[in-house]
Design a protein around this ligand. Structure first.
Ligand code: NAD
Length: 514
């Protein structure tokens, strides 16, 4: 088991004086031998905060081999022992939350309180993993035929892998490896190459909590490493979270190679506002959910549909957005930090430009923002487009930045039809004081996660994340009960015991009728 004293070894400075993300193979944090490295850049300052290797094929193979070997003993480790590792892990994450949040903000850009929220949401999944004793129970039916009992075993499946996006470097890895491991599997994690340092700090704590050598491994990299995971014969299941384009590739390639794959992907989340909604609460919710984390949440509200007379609320939405504070994530009272990279900023500015060219009204323009003390930061201020229709690029593409598109609908039915025509189905919100409208909406809307007067309806960990349509491939979602199904194989045992050693039913060649 690693201890706190080992931690600096992983975080040590390389010769160049910059922290490097290590690989974790067979319980050891090792420097990659690759020639291919990428800088990890602070989005608020452009300072290089670390470097990440693109692991070689041999390193990926070594990580998988270590996981395959560890599976032989970890699968036999008693449930209670696995659970107690998670109990220690949740305690360590809680104790180290503020330290890890500092790293997360430095490499990802989100505000410090939001970074703590990112870790906290993952911590809740570790807490839930501590309930594995009941979560992994099988079923039993006595006397299904004369003297015959049937029961199920929920057995771990082997080496599982996880591929994670940049926007939640704590929460999303924690959606994956704690639940996979506590079910008795071993794991190979491929964090986002944009911000792997906070993920690695969580991984260090997992080892300190008692995760044995080989049970959790980490490789860094991009497409080559991901493809090596998708095609590796010894990996049984892959959890992916990221864009629709990459998720579809991972789902197809992994499935073709015989793996279970769950892919949680891109989004275009609508908030439908009825005129009877609580005005203040609704406008606050829209601004918070649209611009928090600079719009880089898969559940961010990126489209507002004002129904009927609620269209008159647009100026107030714009004012609320204008009032948000754009600043470095470490500054107190910051509402909107920088976007993750220069290329992300360029991409978002390009989409704003397209919105203008294609005829939408730029009701609030966040392009021209400079932040004192952070002049080089990748900042974009809150941006609101009104008069948007469903045919233009800013509506059709996921912007993944601090941009809200406002549309109008005459009736709730029209709004439901509009949302259901969008190919994405991650999250949606309805704002109303009418129970009847809410009931109709939740029944007819074709989106995985529905919020009623809740702008970002991410389920707590004892439910499962349930995106649908273009936002998800695979049947079972991350965490909750569904992921226990994903990370286990059900075996059905039908048994009969004789208390009389001389019993003889004779040969029966027909199917029994009772
Ligand atoms: P991304 O798809 O670019 O990257 C995700 C992972 O795939 C990373 O680990 C990356 O290294 C790898 N990758 C990137 N390009 C690849 C390629 N060509 N081939 C193979 N692997 C590749 O996503 P991102 O930009 O890191 O994250 C933002 C996206 O993630 C948004 O679309 C957002 O909606 C989505 N997201 C979805 C959820 C959800 O639960 N539905 C949650 C968070 C983020």
């Amino acid at each position: 088991m690693n201890t706190a004293a080992d931690r600096p070894a992983q975080a040590e400075q390389s010769n160049a004086g910059v922290r490097t993300a290590k690989l974790l193979i067979d319980g050891k944090f090792v420097e990659s031998t690759t020639q291919e490295w990428r800088d990890i850049v602070n989005p608020a300052t452009q300072d290089v905060v670390g470097r990440v290797p693109f692991a070689t094929k041999a390193e990926v193979d070594a990580a998988v081999a270590s996981a395959a070997k560890a599976f032989q003993t970890w699968r036999l480790t008693p449930l209670g022992a696995r659970m107690r590792v998670m109990l220690r892990f949740q305690d360590l994450v809680r104790q180290n939350m503020k330290r890890i949040a500092q790293t997360l903000t430095a490499e990802q850009g989100k505000t410090l309180p939001d970074a703590e929220g990112d870790i906290f949401r993952g911590l809740e999944v570790i807490e839930h993993a501590c309930s594995i004793g009941t979560l992994q129970q099988g079923e039993f039916s006595e006397n299904v035929a004369g003297g015959v009992d049937t029961y199920t075993l929920r057995q771990p499946i082997g080496v599982c892998a996880g591929i994670t996006p940049f926007n939640f470097p704590a929460m999303i890895p924690l959606w994956m490896f704690p639940m996979a491991i506590v079910c008795g599997n071993t794991f190979v994690l491929k964090p986002s190459e944009q911000d792997p340092l906070s993920t690695m700090e969580l991984v260090e704590l997992a080892l300190e909590a008692g995760v044995p050598a080989g049970v959790l491994n980490v490789v860094h990299g991009g497409k080559d490493v991901v493809d090596a995971i998708c095609t590796h014969p010894d990996i049984k299941a892959i959890s992916f979270v990221g864009s629709t384009h990459v998720g579809t590739h991972v789902y197809n390639l992994g499935s073709q190679h015989g793996k279970r794959v769950q892919a949680m992907m891109g989004a275009k989340n609508h908030a439908v506002v009825l005129p009877d909604a609580n005005r203040e609460q609704t406008l606050n919710a829209l601004a918070g959910a649209g611009f928090g984390a600079a719009g880089q949440r898969c559940m961010a509200t990126s489209v507002v549909v004002f129904v009927g007379a609620s269209k008159d609320w647009l100026p107030e939405l714009v004012e609320r957005a204008r009032g948000l504070s754009v600043n470095g994530g470490t500054e107190a009272n910051t509402d909107v930090g920088p976007v993750v990279s220069r290329s992300a900023k360029e991409r978002i500015l390009g989409l704003i430009e397209a919105g203008v060219k294609e005829g939408a009204t730029l009701s609030l323009d966040g392009r021209d923002v400079t932040v004192k003390g952070y002049e080089k930061g990748n900042f974009i201020g809150p941006t609101v487009f009104s008069g948007v229709n469903t045919d233009i690029t800013i509506y059709k593409q996921e912007i993944f930045g601090p941009v809200i598109c406002v549309l109008e609908a005459a009736t709730l039915d029209d709004a439901i039809a509009l949302v259901n025509r969008n190919p994405m189905g991650n999250g949606v919100g309805l704002f109303t004081q009418s129970g009847a409208a809410a009931r109709k909406f939740q029944s007819e809307i074709d989106v995985g996660q529905v919020g009623i007067n809740i702008p970002i309806p991410v389920p707590v960990p004892y439910f499962s994340f349930t995106g649908s349509r273009g936002s998800k491939l695979g049947d079972l979602g991350p965490y909750g009960k569904q992921v226990v199904q994903f990370y286990t194989q059900t075996k059905t045992v039908t048994s009969r015991w004789f208390d009389d050693a001389t019993v003889n039913d004779g040969v029966n060649t027909t199917i029994s009728l009772r």
